[in-house]
Design a protein around this ligand. Structure first.
Ligand code: PLP
Length: 458
């Protein structure tokens, strides 16, 4: 048991909102409620329902702008592509493109959102290990700026589609670089047992480059690597860049072709917890630029255009999820350990990351302050699944009960984007807030939306 002093400390901190974790405009009102851009969460829930995703528009814009500025502050010409899979909605794509970023998509659906949001096709990059014929046809038809090739079959497929239309498509080749990075760690191997990319070690990457160079309808811009997610420093990127440059040198030596672009992918990490310390964007940009210049020096290569693809780092910290507490239950885990289960009105259908990869989050009582003692708690959802956990272990105020609102921080990325209708739950609305005003980004589904798909009840 922690002593009272501990309790008081943590308790005081739990009402505070760590600016590294919460959206830029998150504050506590005089009444103790969390507000985003001046709008209290209870007002948002009254208007749009619960659970609710809330995005701080100014925060998303500031992050996009900061990426654009930091990555353009170098002799290494750099283009930043927002990885749309983190969260894709028309309004958000408009803000991000407005702030100077391009967009990376990996399915027909994501491509259509970007196009309808008005993104110029040449600012779109198309990824994926199994892009279908129709997806590639659509991409070529609208004139997507770059397609990242991921297999021999795809090289042929795309070459045929482009040649049938009499156009030349600009491509990059995705490499399997054998680096897997996460937080401050990375693993580096010569071979990698994964579905993405063309292996450097086996010679597949070089063979792919040969095929592209020989094709009349494909134009080889460069090479791509993506090494992981939630990466806190640049070491993994450095090893990956070395292997990409070595491949570029092989292509130059064996095929007499010099690539002009190098895409180091995304994965830039964010803080979910107080102790998380990812590099700031300026530091990451500087580190990546230095790596590129160092590699150019090492292998005597002309400085390529650099591409990066952050997703989480743009949208993650700008979003929160607001839930309403429905029930609580005290459980004796062992003779000396009790735990309170705090059940909310969402769960694994709006945030699968905890169940999927043991993700950890910061949660706060959102509808008021408290000075009650802190007790061991677990925030769980309402699904028929014991793994339906939002926050596994957290010290929470003992007076939390039905009707209280909880806010989970840094849920802008990979939460609504990965949401499901498990248990016929409707996916929550997403709203944005700026200057004291809220707007719908994605409306909440209704049970009628779900029933409309069901041939047995229509
Ligand atoms: C997922 C992914 C990204 C974005 O990753 P984040 O961790 O959200 O930055 C970028 N590029 C590729 C190829 C990806 O698969």
């Amino acid at each position: 048991m922690p002593n009272l002093w501990d309790n008081a400390m943590v308790s005081a901190q739990t009402n505070l909102l760590d600016p590294n974790i919460w959206p830029l405009s998150a504050t506590r009102t005089d009444a103790g409620e969390i507000a985003i851009a001046g709008v209290p969460v209870s007002e948002l829930v009254a208007q749009y329902g619960s659970p609710l995703f809330v995005l701080d528009e100014a925060d998303v814009r500031a992050r996009a702008k900061a990426y654009h500025a930091a990555f353009n502050d170098s002799e290494v010409v750099t283009e930043v592509f927002y990885a749309g899979k983190a969260f894709m909605a028309g309004k958000v794509i408009k803000w991000i493109v407005d702030e100077g970023l391009n967009v990376d998509v990996c399915t027909a659906g994501e491509l259509e959102v970007a196009l309808r949001a008005g993104v110029a096709p040449e600012r779109i990059l198309f990824h994926g290990n199994n892009k279908s014929v129709s997806e590639l046809e659509r991409a070529v038809e609208v004139g997507v700026g770059r397609i990242v090739l991921d297999s021999f079959i795809e090289i042929e497929r795309l070459a045929n589609i482009a040649s049938a239309r009499g156009v030349t498509v600009q491509v990059l080749i995705r490499l399997t670089v054998g680096v897997e990075a996460h937080t401050h760690e990375f693993i580096s191997t010569a071979h990698e047992d994964q579905k993405f990319g063309l292996s450097i070690a086996s010679g597949a990457a070089l063979e792919a480059a040969r095929m592209v160079i020989e094709s009349d309808s494909l134009s080889l811009l460069g090479l791509h690597s993506h090494i992981g997610s939630q990466i806190f420093d640049a070491q993994g990127f450095e090893i990956a860049a070395q292997r990409v440059f070595d491949t570029a040198v092989s292509i130059r030596e064996d095929l007499d072709f010099t690539v002009s672009e190098l895409n180091l992918g995304g994965g830039m990490g964010i803080a979910y917890l107080g102790e998380d310390d990812p590099l700031r964007v300026e530091q990451m940009a500087k580190a990546l630029h230095e790596i590129v210049l160092k590699e150019c020096e090492r292998v005597q290569f002309p400085v390529p255009r650099l591409l990066v693809e952050p997703g989480r780092a743009i949208i993650g910290p700008a979003g929160i999820t607001v839930y309403e507490v429905g029930t609580t239950k005290d459980v004796d885990v062992t003779d000396d350990l009790a735990r309170r289960y705090v059940s909310v009105d969402g769960g694994m259908s709006d945030n699968i990351r905890t169940a999927l990869y043991g993700a950890e989050y910061t949660v706060a009582l959102a509808s008021r302050n408290s000075s009650a003692e802190l007790i061991d708690s677990r925030v769980v959802g309402k699904h028929c699944e014991s793994g339906d956990i939002v926050i596994r272990d957290v010290r929470m105020f003992s007076d939390i009960g039905p009707g209280d609102l909880l806010a989970v921080a840094a849920t802008g990325a990979y939460c609504r984007a990965m949401a499901s209708n498990y248990n016929h739950m409707v996916r929550p609305a997403v709203v944005s807030v700026v200057d004291g005003k809220s707007e719908l980004v994605l409306r909440r589904e209704t049970i009628e939306d779900l029933l409309a798909l069901d041939a047995g009840v229509n």
